[in-house]
Design a protein around this ligand. Structure first.
Ligand code: HEM
Length: 236
């Protein structure tokens, strides 16, 4: 029998959605802006993609459809890569419901496991040069064949090996039974934001030497991001 939700259930669900859905996306977008501005070649490649998909005067209103979103492969690769480098959810937890064995060790029921997502994202077993910001590791991986003509064979092998090994090597949205239910919505809204912002505006960091300022509690929050924004010259 399906029981109806009480007002309290609905309140808790809405709170979940707002807390889990807004801070996560807004902080990820800060990291997206930071890494794009720090890496001019990435910025240019992203603008080329946006301009090729939306070849209109920047003063026009943009009508973004699901077809457009599908094509924003490089923008998506940027979001994956900045989230790999600086995941907003750095650690998650699981509680063992019964006695279990993990990696050869026995654990009692109710043991709390802390899953260190940040470290997984920096593990050299899965990632070549993990401290280097390189959206191509996702772009080339997801689009192998189409975009790799100018790569050497060993480069291709490197790119192919990344992330292909283990689906839990990238846990931006967690994994398993508690995998983030808002992940698709989050990706779509972040891509929308990127297009709307970077199609219309020229965005730069006030100080390129300023490191990313974050504070990690339950989430890794961006404490400050100083940027300069001016209207972008319309693309031809
Ligand atoms: C960039 C945006 C987002 C990121 C990085 C993110 C990340 C995560 C992560 C890492 C988890 C924990 C998964 C685990 O422990 O394995 C989670 C859970 C969750 N997320 Fe997201 N999330 C995002 C956006 C959203 C949005 C937009 C919504 C809803 C509209 C949402 C709703 C939830 C909920 C309800 C849970 C708890 C799921 C459960 O415990 O079963 N998230 N998210």
């Amino acid at each position: 029998m399906i029981e109806s939700l009480t007002d309290e259930d609905i309140r808790a669900l809405l709170l979940d959605i707002f807390l889990a859905g807004s801070d996560t996306s807004s902080n990820t977008l800060c990291y997206t802006i930071y890494y794009i501005c720090q890496n001019p070649h990435v910025k240019q490649k992203m603008l080329d993609e946006i301009d090729s998909i939306f070849p209109i005067n920047s003063s026009d209103t943009l009508h973004i459809t699901t077809d457009h979103i599908e094509k924003l492969k490089y923008c998506e690769a940027i979001i994956k890569e900045d989230s790999r480098m600086t995941p907003v959810v750095p650690v998650s937890k699981r509680v063992a419901s019964a006695e279990c064995e993990v990696a050869g060790y026995k654990f009692q029921a109710k043991t709390v496991f802390h899953l260190n997502y940040s470290s997984i994202h920096m593990n050299e077993k899965y990632w070549n040069n993990p401290t280097v910001f390189d959206p191509d590791r996702f772009y080339l991986h997801d689009n192998l064949g189409e975009f790799t003509d100018n790569l050497s064979d060993s480069d291709k092998e490197n790119k192919k090996s990344i992330h292909g090994k283990d689906k839990f090597s990238l846990v931006i949205f967690g994994g398993g039974i508690r995998l983030c239910p808002g992940r698709k919505l989050a990706m779509i809204t972040m891509l929308f934001f990127m297009v709307l912002m970077f199609k219309k505006y020229d965005v730069e960091l006030v100080d390129m030497d300023d490191p990313l300022k974050t504070h990690t509690g339950f989430l890794t929050n961006c404490l400050e991001l100083k940027i300069k924004i001016k209207p972008r010259k319309p693309s031809l």
